[in-house]
Each structure stands twice: as structure tokens, then as C-alpha cells.
Design a protein around this ligand. Structure first.
Ligand code: NDP
Ligand code: MG
Length: 398
């Protein structure tokens, strides 16, 4: 029987790659619901091709969308709105698989709703897990959701871990012969820039990733290495391993997508051309495998694999994220909120590139953390951290 899919964030980079995979397997998957935020014309094109039953957009976009739907004879598609609409499709009884590909904290409640409805949840929206860590993982356990990593590194680690690893005790220790996770990082577009050069890089340069084509926010995160910091936190939660067992390895070619080391001296790596269709297809079909258009790796085509340690002096965001994970509780949510504000400010040219991690650090120093006892508390601290970070941004400009 075909699986019914809901794509949260269909108009984004991951959303588009997901459609590309689904398109190759129309007998296996159907698109039940899709959501968009600002790219309404793109959404209409997607609706023409995939004919979902439901779409979700902000209420401010409904009038325009209705007009397009009327013009294109798509009026049989139901339109839901805002966060309530996102949650409704994420937990909808007719949905089997939810692709969580909204960017940032906006994806938290819909992703959690999908988990609590016991869906197979393909997790791209790392910010949701960084913010809610233990609560999200506990919900996945309690509601028997299959929370599968789409982030290429975590999908690689998932592929290299022993079968049944997820059923083991979640005590922060590596188990079943695993000794360490090696989380690879491309190093981003500024890997070899000096601190001085980093001060004058532009948003356009930051968004031009050498190996991956991604949304703006994650592209800037890759350039500051905050993406790797968020991924470190993501790995600790997904694989129930404390941060001291996760080493970040800079590997500029992005051919190895991450590795798992074992006590017997083995290191298992997952390799492939850098294309998000591979981890998306893996998580969609797991434990089976389905075809994608991604060509097999050609190791004879001058492929060189280099590795180096990350430089946290030039890229302090990685250190801040590791410290936030060590602190635990609400610290990762504060880190994430401050980073979202700082990245948005950098993209608007309100602050410089090296000021992004300064805003994050100052926000972490200002906003009181404590235990992440509930989602309500996490959302409250998220708002406090956003206000504090916004003020720090304003002060930097004046
Ligand atoms: P994009 O910016 O390309 O897409 C983001 C999607 O979220 C769009 O569909 C956008 O709608 C929607 N969206 C944005 N803001 C809101 C909001 N406030 N409410 C509801 N929907 C919203 O991002 P990516 O696809 O690159 O990334 C998505 C997630 O996946 C991120 O968390 C990222 O870290 C993660 N990820 C991405 C990878 C990649 O290769 N791109 C790799 C690994 C992880 P619209 O476009 O209509 O405004
Ligand atoms: Mg990644």
C-alpha cells in the first residue's frame, strides 16, 4: 500500500529534494499535505503537479492563494492556516510519514505533534530537536514514533550504528561496542579565511556553500560552524550519547558524511556524493532502500579525502554549542534563539559575520537557563532569548 506523506516546509530546499525522491516512486508514496510560508507561487506549482488534499499557509496569504487555486482549478484542495494548521496536518490520521523541513523554531510544535501522533518523522528541522531535546526524544519513545534523521551527518551515523542501537538504555554512554561518533563538517565557504578576512564577508558569500545548495539560514550556520554546533547537540539527543563522545572532524570534500568508531578499532563511514536526496530516501524507505537519481561515487575521479581539526578561535560558535550542551537544560534553546536572531540580522546587514557568535555568547550570558521542564517553558525562554539577542543586535549597530 502506498504511504501518505506530509511535507512541512515544501517550498524549501529539503522540501524540494523530498518531492524529487517521491516523484521517482509514485506507486510507493502519495503527497497528502504540504505547507509553505512565503513562496506562494511555488506552492501553487507544487499543488498543480502533486495534487495534495490539504495545504497550510499563514492566514495573511489565504486570499492570494484562493485566487490562484480558483484560476488553476485547484479549489478541491483544502486550505488550513498558521500553527494550528501545521499541527493539524502533522498529526492527521491519514498521514503516515511527516517530513519536518520547516527552518528554525517555527517547526517545533508541528514536529512534536507528528511525534506525539506516532508518525514516522523524517527530521531535517534540527532546531526543533536542539530546543526540546529530552522532551522530543521521550515523546518519540512514549508514542512509538519513528524519529529518523535526515540531516546527512546523522543519517550517516544512523547507517553506521549497529542494528537495534535505539532500543538500548539512554544513559549518555556509547553502547553495543560503539566508542565514539565522528561528526564531519565541510568547514563552509570560509574554512581558510583569517579572522580579519572573516570580519568583512558578506551575506551573499556566506550563502554560497562549496558543496551543498541549501536555504539561507543553514548556509550561514554552515559558514559560522554553528550548524555543526547544532548538529553536535542533535547527535547527542538522537543517539543518547554525551558530547564528550562526539568529535567534530573537518572534511572539506563532504564525501564521508560522518563515522562511528567501535571498541575493536573499526571505523565505519557512510560515503556518497553530497545530495540530500540520499538521506531523504534512506529515511523514507528504511529499513528498505529505494532508488534516487544520485550517481554512485566514483572513487577514481581524483577523489581526495582530507581531514583536519576545527578551529574554534576563528569559529567560536562550535565551542558555544558544545558548552550549551554541557550546561544542558534550556541553554541549547537560548543558543538556538539567539543564533536565529543573529543570522537574520547578518542577512539584513545589521551586524557583521563575526558578530553572530558574539550575539549568541552575550545572550547566553544574559538569559537565565535552568531546567527544560516543559515545552511551554522552552517557548517562553525562546522568546526571552530572542528579545535579549535583538537588543544586543541594536546595541551593536549604535
Ligand atoms: P529553506 O529556507 O530552504 O526552507 C524552509 C522552509 O520552511 C520553507 O518551506 C519555508 O517556507 C518554511 N518556513 C520558513 N519560515 C516558516 C515559518 N515561520 N512557519 C512555517 N514555515 C516556515 O530551508 P532548508 O530546506 O534548507 O532547511 C530546512 C530545515 O532542514 C532547516 O532546519 C535546516 O537546518 C535543515 N537541513 C537542511 C539541509 C539542506 O541541505 N538544505 C540539510 C540538513 C538539514 P517559504 O519558503 O514558503 O517561505
Ligand atoms: Mg548536516
Amino acid at each position: 500500500m502506498s504511504q501518505s506523506v506530509c511535507i512541512l516546509g515544501v517550498t524549501g530546499s529539503i522540501g524540494q529534494s523530498t518531492l524529487k525522491v517521491l516523484q521517482q516512486h509514485p506507486e510507493k508514496y502519495s503527497v497528502f499535505a504540504v505547507t509553505a510560508h512565503s513562496r506562494i507561487l511555488e506552492l501553487v506549482e507544487i499543488c498543480k503537479q502533486y495534487r495534495p488534499k490539504v495545504v497550510v499557509v499563514p492566514s495573511s496569504q489565504v486570499k492570494e492563494l484562493q485566487q490562484y487555486f480558483h484560476d488553476q482549478c485547484l479549489t478541491d484542495i483544502e486550505i488550513l492556516t498558521d500553527e494550528a494548521g501545521l499541527i493539524a496536518v502533522a498529526e492527521h490520521a491519514d498521514v503516515d510519514v511527516v517530513m519536518a523541513a520547516i527552518v528554525g523554531a517555527a517547526g517545533l510544535l508541528p514536529t512534536l505533534a507528528a511525534v506525539k501522533a506516532g508518525k514516522r518523522v523524517l527530521l531535517a528541522n534540527k532546531e526543533a530537536l536542539v530546543m526540546s531535546g529530552d522532551i522530543m526524544m521521550q515523546a518519540a519513545h512514549d508514542y512509538h514514533a519513528e524519529l529518523l534523521p535526515v540531516d546527512s551527518e546523522h543519517n550517516a551515523i544512523f547507517q553506521c550504528l549497529p542494528v537495534g542501537y535505539f532500543q538500548a538504555e539512554r544513559n549518555g554512554q556509547p553502547k553495543q561496542g560503539v566508542s565514539r561518533i565522528l561528526l564531519t563538517a565541510s568547514g563552509g565557504p570560509f574554512l581558510n579565511h583569517s579572522l580579519e578576512q572573516l570580519q568583512s564577508v558578506t551575506p551573499a558569500q556566506a550563502c554560497k556553500h562549496p558543496n551543498w545548495s541549501m536555504g539561507q539560514k543553514i548556509s550561514v550556520d554552515s559558514a559560522t560552524l554553528m550548524n555543526k554546533g547544532l548538529e553536535l547537540i542533535e547527535a547527542c539527543h538522537l543517539f543518547a550519547i554525551s558530547e564528550q563522545f562526539v568529535t567534530v572532524v573537518v572534511h572539506p570534500q563532504s564525501i564521508i558524511h560522518s563515522m562511528v568508531q567501535y571498541v575493536d578499532g573499526s571505523t565505519l563511514a557512510q560515503m556518497g556524493n553530497p545530495d540530500m536526496c540520499t538521506p531523504i530516501a534512506h529515511a523514507l524507505a528504511w529499513p528498505e532502500r529505494i532508488q534516487t537519481h544520485v550517481p554512485a561515487l566514483n572513487l577514481f575521479a581524483n577523489q581526495q579525502l582530507d581531514f583536519q581539526e576545527p578551529d574554534t578561535l576563528r569559529f567560536p560558535a562550535l565551542k558555544l554549542a558544545r558548552q550549551a550542551m554541557q550546561t544542558g537544560g534550556l541553554a541549547p534553546a537560548i543558543l538556538n534563539a539567539a543564533n536565529e536572531i543573529a543570522v537574520a540580522a547578518f542577512l539584513k546587514n545589521d551586524i557583521g559575520f563575526t558578530e553572530i557568535s558574539q550575539v549568541v555568547e552575550q545572550t547566553l550570558n544574559q538569559v537565565e537557563g535552568g531546567a527544560a521542564e516543559s515545552i511551554e517553558r522552552i517557548l517562553q525562554v525562546d522568546q526571552m532569548a530572542r528579545s535579549a539577542a535583538q537588543q544586543i543586535v541594536i546595541n551593536k549597530g549604535s
